[in-house]
Design a protein around this ligand. Structure first.
Ligand code: ZN
Length: 770
């Protein structure tokens, strides 16, 4: 079993939201992450657990790798949606079921006709009855103001203001009829503490849509006692509970902010429920089913499969349940899981409120009950989150076998504080997990990979029952500053706050200080605030650190390593010799620069652009110019050009002097000093040379290095400063060659080719080189 302390990149599923229920609320694990961890941390047949399941991704990749998977989420709506992705009934059976549902009689006509009839509207052109696809309501007026229709009779379609007939049709629907009370009782029966909340949430549906959605539920439950078909139809209905609420503004309209009390926008859409149902069904039907999934009914089928089951297609390999982790811990024997992999939940009161309603609506009050404690929370309460996650991690620890791993892979918004990361590290430490690796990569969102092993029992027990808070605070501050300095030294570059933050929490966790912080027992003490306070103070008071604008750097950088960007450049060049795929290249680079050394994707991309050539889609090779020996010969040519050029411009030239490749002198003084580089490794040149003597210093680089040089200068203020203070200039090789070969050449021509974007390249300047 390999230790995974390096960054495991994943692919976000392309193409926006898939046509599946709740997709827009969920954050699926990026593709490829689960596969990599399952491969490295488990053996075939072992169990991978996703305890906060948000999508089918972890299950799918575990099964594809020949592992068994357990996925749970306390939210029955999520589990319904995910289970649908994993085991969707035969499409022909489902088609027949949808037809049967639509054909089933309701008040003397087929249900389909009855539901469509609710949205009947007179055609504005021929005045015959047409059916509205949706109405747009005005929240203040409490009635529809516009309709979108298509007339079967005359073919006219479009939007039109509502007519009196549209309002009269609404009067025929009882606002507080049987359907309303039926659904309300399913969510919160009379006397239930959640009843007020449930009533507020039911107001998110127009009476017409509530009636239609309730009718569908009743029909589905009556007609389809068989659970696979019933669940599939309920998955479609779940999608409609979402799309047919009053929360959606018309196209181009604005939705109100997502708070714990969802409320409709000023203008909202009332969709035709039957049409929404058919559209949702078509969308889901078109999703490719997953192969190789054999669902288990209970936990024992996964952890102790009946040998007889081997006879037919193999034993079950997936268990997915709407269980809390606590319930899971009761159902599974301890030590039965080898890898726990999850994107830990983020507090989402808006989605909790909706899930409460939808879970009760679809499954009754017992399914809605777990949400009730969450609904009392008005906003994100991170202290509560930290304690709740600690309890959850304790339960998970029991399930993990010795030597097993807990991996948390998640993203945080850039430029935002990181309470979730902090809470998770504190909670896991407190629950008896040892942090093994923490990798951080900024890339649009800031991504984290945390890998934990089960702490030895003794390490957990060694924590004093009530550590001295003041002594602990001092230790944490000292460790925090040391960690910040260490990551700056190791990367050899000024860094933004999130790196320092990650390094500090990494060290506080590794040194057992977070575990002690969780054990401090004092009135009004929040481990989360306490740790954050020490980290803040440490950074504010750190004597060994300096600020460079937004970045941090070392006061005494003497012992810093070579800049990471330079080391990554060399590594990319090396890996390219093996003609890797882009993915393989990234994996190789991340493995060489693990944990807090993880380079940004942008740097890898810039190195790839500089040294690589895409020989076929996705496969890269080292550029022909960069093959062994070739660049060096070119470099010799450039040196020769420089000597030649200097002479023609009337300078006295000299090779290999004073640490430069070529010097041009005039009246005994150095006028130009050139360094000829094959690479974009600037630090050796820029940071090592002394102050300028009045000479123009130049770095000559291959054309292909220009954008990599720009990337490095853009990211490292030390290099920018050295360029400015040392009066350095860049010049690209091809221009030197052209100038050297030109029939006539003046000193003014030299100015035109200087710079990463020299005058000759600027279109607006329109200056021909010769
Ligand atoms: Zn018409």
């Amino acid at each position: 079993m390999r230790k995974m302390d390096y960054f495991v990149p994943g692919r976000r599923t392309e193409g926006g939201h898939r046509p599946w229920a709740l997709a827009r609320y969920l954050q699926p694990m990026p593709a490829g992450v689960a596969a990599a961890y399952a491969e490295a941390c488990t053996e075939p047949g072992e169990v991978v657990l996703d305890p906060f399941c948000q999508s089918e991704v972890v299950v799918r990749e575990a099964v594809e790798a020949g592992r068994k998977a357990i996925a749970v989420n306390f939210n029955p709506a999520i589990v319904l949606a995910v289970r649908g992705r994993l085991a969707w009934p035969d499409p022909r059976e489902l088609d027949a079921a949808v037809t049967r549902l639509g054909d089933s009689p309701k008040l003397g006509v087929p249900l389909r006709e009855h539901l469509e009839g609710l949205y009947q509207t007179p055609c504005p052109r021929c005045h015959r009855p047409a059916v509205a696809d949706h109405f747009v309501w005005d929240r203040e007026k409490r009635e529809p103001v516009e309709r979108s229709y298509r007339c079967q009779a005359c073919g006219s379609e479009g939007t039109a203001p509502v007519e009196p007939a549209d309002l009269e049709a609404l009067e025929r629907i009882e606002t507080r009829g049987f359907h309303y009370w039926y659904i309300l009782d399913r969510v919160a029966p009379p006397g239930d503490e959640g009843r007020d909340q449930a009533q507020r949430l039911l107001n998110l549906y127009t009476p017409r849509n509530l009636y239609a959605l309730a009718s569908l539920l009743i029909k589905i439950e009556t007609l389809f006692p068989q659970s696979a078909l019933r669940d599939a139809l309920k998955t479609v209905l779940l999608s409609c509970l979402d799309s047919c609420s009053s929360l959606h503004p018309p196209q181009g309209g604005e939705a109100p902010p997502r708070t714990s009390r969802p409320r409709p926008p000023q203008r909202f859409v009332e969709r035709n429920v039957w049409r929404a149902f058919e559209a949702a069904y078509d969308g889901m039907r078109s999703c490719a089913p997953l192969a190789g999934i054999r669902l288990a009914e209970g936990a024992e089928e996964i952890v102790a499969p009946d040998l007889l089951a081997l006879a037919e297609g193999g034993p079950p390999n997936v268990l997915i349940k709407a269980w809390t982790v606590r319930r899971l811990a009761r159902e599974l024997p301890s030590g039965s899981v080898t890898l726990i992999l999850a994107d830990p939940p983020r507090p989402d009161p808006y989605f909790w409120a909706l899930s409460y309603l939808w879970s009760g609506w679809l499954f009754g009050p017992r399914a809605a009950a777990p949400f009730k404690p969450l609904l009392r929370r008005k906003r994100s309460d991170w202290d509560w989150y930290c304690r709740a996650m600690e309890a959850t991690f304790r339960a998970l620890r029991r399930l993990l076998k010795n030597g097993g791993r807990l991996v948390l892979a998640f993203a945080e918004e850039a430029d935002a504080p990181r309470p979730r990361l902090e809470a998770l590290l504190l909670a896991a430490s407190g629950a008896g997990f040892d942090l093994e690796g923490l990798a951080y990569r900024p890339d649009g969102e800031d991504e984290y990979r945390l890998s934990f092993a089960k702490a030895a029992k003794s390490a957990v027990e060694e924590v004093p029952a009530a550590p001295d808070a003041e002594a602990l605070a001092r230790q944490m501050r000292a460790q925090a500053e040391a960690a910040a300095q260490e990551v700056l030294r190791e990367r050899g570059e000024p860094l933004a706050w999130p790196w320092l933050h990650a390094a500090i929490y990494h060290r506080l966790s590794r040194s057992g200080l977070l575990r002690q912080a969780m054990a401090v027992d004092e009135e009004g003490f929040s481990p989360l605030d306490f740790a954050a306070q020490q980290v803040r103070t440490a950074l504010e008071e750190a004597e060994g650190l300096v600020r460079l604008g937004e970045l941090w750097w070392l006061k005494e950088p003497g012992r810093a390593a070579r800049p990471l960007a330079d080391r990554v450049e060399e590594a990319v060049c090396e890996v390219l010799r093996e003609a890797p795929s882009r993915e393989a290249l990234e994996r190789a680079i991340y493995a060489r620069f693990p944990g807090l050394l993880t380079p940004e994707e942008g740097l890898i991309g810039a190195c790839l652009g500089s040294y690589g050539r895409e020989v076929e889609p996705g496969r890269w090779q080292l550029r022909a110019e960069d093959q062994l020996g070739r660049r060096e010969r070119q470099r010799e040519e450039v040196r020769a050009h420089l000597l030649e050029l200097g002479k023609r411009l009337g300078f006295a030239v000299q090779a290999d002097a004073e640490g430069f490749d070529v010097l041009w002198r005039e009246d005994g003084q150095v006028a130009y000093a050139f360094v000829v580089l094959r690479t974009a490794i600037l630090s050796d040149v820029l940071l090592a040379r002394g102050k300028p003597s009045g000479a123009q210093r130049c770095i000559a680089i291959p054309e292909e290095r220009a954008s990599l040089v720009e990337f490095k200068l853009g990211h490292n203020p030390l290099l920018r400063r050295a360029v400015a203070e040392g009066r350095w200039q860049f010049v690209k090789w091809p221009y030197l060659a052209q100038l050297a070969q030109a029939r006539e050449v003046t000193r003014h021509d030299l100015k035109k080719i200087m710079g990463l974007r020299p005058i000759v390249e600027r279109a607006e300047a329109q200056i021909p080189l010769f």
